[in-house]
Design a protein around this ligand. Structure first.
Ligand code: 13P
Ligand code: SF4
Length: 387
């Protein structure tokens, strides 16, 4: 059965962060006090309405630990003309109480390109902050914790892509947004899990090629190959969160919860996708639940996703085995507070790299806007060539 990753997590203050503090309450309790913030009547009046959206995951007794940080963050946002882009994997007190734009990595990239704010705080991981900076170079982009990485982004370098291109001249390179700016700069077009199949089909057609290089996620590549019929050359990158789900997990879940609807993210292995009822990006999973209101559902993805979707679908019963992304969980309320207060940590990208990376992201964004494309489940596995 899926389990919480036992990873060395710290709060923004370097304190320990065990599963009990996924929502960071104990860290936030003294974190607020150490920053001279208290749960005053004024703070209470400003934040009570926000509690309504997180009361299903934040016990009332813990709310006074969060509210002073939330009020202070929201005030700094107004004072500094800042917005917080919150990914679907943020804990609910970040997602609902300080996030200005919420969504999957594609939606957040579009928001970064369009916002009028001068300051963007990325409540997500480093590649997402780089994507914002690539699209909005005139804006200051902050990431609250520089250690918020991603196992996929760490799996491949720009030099690796240059070597792959030399091996397969003329074959288009589609790169998942979960990569560094250096890797994007070597690519023809980016994709996210919302549009991966559409981008691969477009690249094959545009380059008039029966093959496409799709980097760096081996499982996403296999899942896209099964959807599109395009031959794919890929890399051995994996998401350390989604690779842990198994088809046996699904069999156990179905036995323990008859009638449960199983939703999976396409970074999961192909046998998990085959056994699920529905699959797609975090935005697609959210839409599925909101549109279909299944009686009982399980989301095979990062832990906070269920908490956040449950906030919008209180009538749905969520079974919650999940895996925690240690990188996403580096982003805490106190880290966001410090980022805004001290204007840290600024994301910068060499201009020549940024310009080339932007070409690949723009190629993706210029494709016709469609709603997140879901992945058909129950497909037979399709092999891809791994470089
Ligand atoms: P989405 O593009 O679906 O938001 O996924 C991003 C991610 O990091 C999934 O692990
Ligand atoms: Fe990267 Fe996986 Fe974490 Fe997403 S969940 S940021 S792909 S490690």
């Amino acid at each position: 059965m899926a389990r919480i990753i036992d990873a060395p997590l710290t709060t923004g203050d370097g304190g320990s962060c065990d599963p009990r503090t996924i929502h960071g309450a104990w860290g936030a309790l003294d974190a607020a006090g150490r920053r001279g913030l208290a749960y005053t009547a004024e703070v209470r009046a400003e934040t009570d309405h926000l509690y309504e959206q997180v009361k299903h995951v934040v016990p009332a007794i813990e709310w006074p630990a969060y509210a002073p940080l939330i009020a202070a963050i929201n005030k700094m946002k107004r004072d500094k003309n800042a917005v917080i882009l919150a990914h679907n994997y943020m804990t609910s007190e970040i997602f609902y109480c300080v996030g200005d734009f919420r969504g999957d990595s594609l939606q957040l990239a579009r928001e970064a390109a369009e916002t009028d704010a001068q300051l963007i705080v990325q409540a997500g991981v480093h590649f997402m902050a780089e994507t914002s900076k690539i699209l909005a170079p005139e804006k200051t982009v902050l990431i609250p914790d520089m250690r918020a990485g991603c196992s996929l982004a760490a799996s491949i370098t720009g030099e690796d892509v240059r070597l792959i291109k030399a091996k397969y001249p003329g074959v288009p390179v589609v790169t998942y947004v979960n990569t560094s700016a250096d890797v994007k700069a070597e690519s023809d077009v980016c994709c996210t899990s919302s549009n991966a199949a559409a981008v691969v089909e477009w690249a094959a057609k545009t380059w008039n090629s029966d093959r496409v290089i799709m980097l760096p996620d081996e499982f996403l590549a296999k899942n896209v190959a099964a959807q599109t019929g395009v031959k794919i050359i890929s890399w051995h990158g994996r998401c350390e969160v989604h690779e842990r789900f198994t088809a046996e997990d699904i069999a156990e879940l179905r036995e323990a919860h008859p009638g449960v609807v199983v939703l999976a993210h396409p970074e999961c292995p192909p046998d998990v996708m085959a056994a699920a009822d529905f699959a797609g990006s975090t935005a697609a999973l959210q839409s599925y639940v909101l549109d279909n209101r299944p009686g009982k559902v399980v989301l095979l993805t990062e832990c906070s996703m269920s908490d956040n979707v449950a906030g919008a679908a209180p009538d749905v019963d969520f079974v919650r085995p999940c895996n925690l992304c240690p990188h996403m969980k580096r982003i805490t309320l106190e880290a966001i507070y410090d980022a805004l207060a001290e204007m840290k940590h600024e994301v910068t990208i060499p201009e020549d790299v940024r310009v080339r990376a932007k070409r690949a992201i723009d190629a993706m964004l210029s494709l016709p806007k469609e709603k997140p494309r879901s992945f058909e489940t129950g497909k037979a596995p399709v092999a891809v060539e791994l470089v």
